[in-house]
Design a protein around this ligand. Structure first.
Ligand SMILES: Cc1ncc(COP(=O)(O)O)c(C=O)c1O
Length: 386
């Protein structure tokens, strides 16, 4: 792996698993479905004993995840929520976390309705405001969890500045990198300790896989999270590990196209009379535009936009033809959601309203189709005629 470290991101992505099956020379690393492995003798191991603890296919994937994020250790889970849940088990009753208020509703739900019962305290903060984050730190704060860009409002948090606060206050700095992936943003290089992924999204990229990942900056933290992964067992099965490896090989190409398409769509949406506002960090007047240019290699494929009212939003969703009205994001196929009733339904209504996640806000995951076809579908869906 050391020599591969010298190569560029795209090359390392494409070469995942190549040359790793020395026995057969397979270019596509094989799937090892075996649940258990024969021991050569008592107290001896091939390096694999039992698939929850370690599996050859998962090992190649986990090494690749670490390599692409420039981390020390990667761990693959059965979903993004499994990765986050395992990570939250690192904390103890009485510990306190600061978490982005503009975040995936499922993360809010697991913290509020499950970890809250076990005494884990959470303050939700506007993590695009570094001063607000610093002010939220208490003696009990152990970590900061940031989604950037935020979900669904796409605010951009300053990774370098937040990393400095975490170092000063001795907090674990955790970044959910689902929206941009290491092809566009590498939080560990800006001071993060742990990166989280819903690999169901861009890493998987084809809406055919549910997976999650954690990547750590240090081997020690990796070992601690491996202990939790092995103890609680939400590992990614070997078949899915193989599928995710195959997806990662085209990550950079897909993201390039997601970015160019999203910029075209965002610019088009902004001019449409039925659209009140567009949230996309690639637009020059987005408040996080300059920061994005500094800390990312592209603005991503996610756009949110507001239409006149809830009724218009519902009509648009009903009229879509090419774009699927469906939850999730990050696949090659364009998807649109209504966050207030789908991805963010578990956030209390008053809080959603305060944040601006209302029934007229639509979230679009721009796929890699021809952008003209995506725009044509939006045009007919937004039109007022029959
Ligand atoms: C930013 C983010 N993190 C985590 C998750 C949870 O991932 P999964 O659905 O794979 O469990 C999601 C799901 O939408 C997400 O959008």
């Amino acid at each position: 792996m050391d020599s591969l470290r010298q190569q560029n991101f795209e090359t390392r992505a494409v070469q995942i698993g190549v040359g790793r099956d020395e026995k057969t020379g397979a270019v596509s690393f094989p799937i090892h479905p075996s649940a258990t492995f024969r021991h050569p003798g008592v107290g001896e191991s091939t390096g694999f004993d039992y698939t929850r603890s370690g599996n050859p296919t998962r090992q190649i994937l986990e090494e690749a995840l670490a390599d692409l994020e420039n981390g020390a250790r990667g761990l693959a889970f059965s979903s993004g929520m499994a990765a986050l849940t395992t990570l939250f088990l690192h904390f103890s009753a009485g510990d306190h976390l600061i978490v982005s208020e503009d975040l995936y509703g499922g993360t809010y739900r697991v913290l509020d309705q499950i970890f809250g019962k076990f005494g884990l305290g959470v303050t939700y903060a506007d993590t695009t405001d570094t001063t607000a984050v610093a002010a939220a730190v208490t003696d009990r704060t152990r970590a900061l969890l940031v989604e950037t860009p935020g979900n669904p409002l796409l605010g951009v948090a300053d990774l370098e500045a937040l990393g400095a606060i975490c170092r000063k206050r001795n907090l674990l700095f955790i970044v959910d990198n689902t929206f941009l992936t290491p092809a566009l943003q590498r939080p560990l290089e800006w001071g993060a300790d742990i990166v989280v992924h819903s690999a169901t999204k861009y890493l998987g990229g084809h809406n055919d896989l549910c997976a999650g990942a954690l990547v750590t900056r240090t081997p020690e933290l990796g070992e601690r999270l491996y202990f939790l992964q092995n103890s609680t067992g939400a590992v990614l099965p070997p078949q899915e590990c193989w599928l995710l490896m195959r997806s990662l090989k085209t990550l950079h190409l897909r993201l390039e196209r997601h970015c160019t398409n999203a910029l075209k769509v965002a610019r088009w949406l902004r001019k449409h009379p039925a659209v009140n506002s567009v949230y996309y960090p690639g637009l020059e007047d987005h408040p996080g535009h300059e920061l994005s240019k500094k800390q990312t290699f592209g603005f991503g494929g996610m756009i949110s936009f507001r239409v006149r009212d809830a009724e218009t939003a519902r009509r648009v969703l009903k009229r879509l033809e090419l774009i699927s009205f469906a939850e999730s994001l990050g696949g090659v196929e364009s998807l649109m959601t209504l966050p207030s009733v789908q991805t963010h339904a578990d956030i209390p209504e008053a809080e959603r309203k305060r944040l601006g996640i209302c029934d007229s806000l639509l979230r679009l995951s721009v796929g890699i189709e021809n952008s003209e076809d995506v725009i044509a579908d939006l045009e007919q869906a937004l039109s007022t005629g029959d």
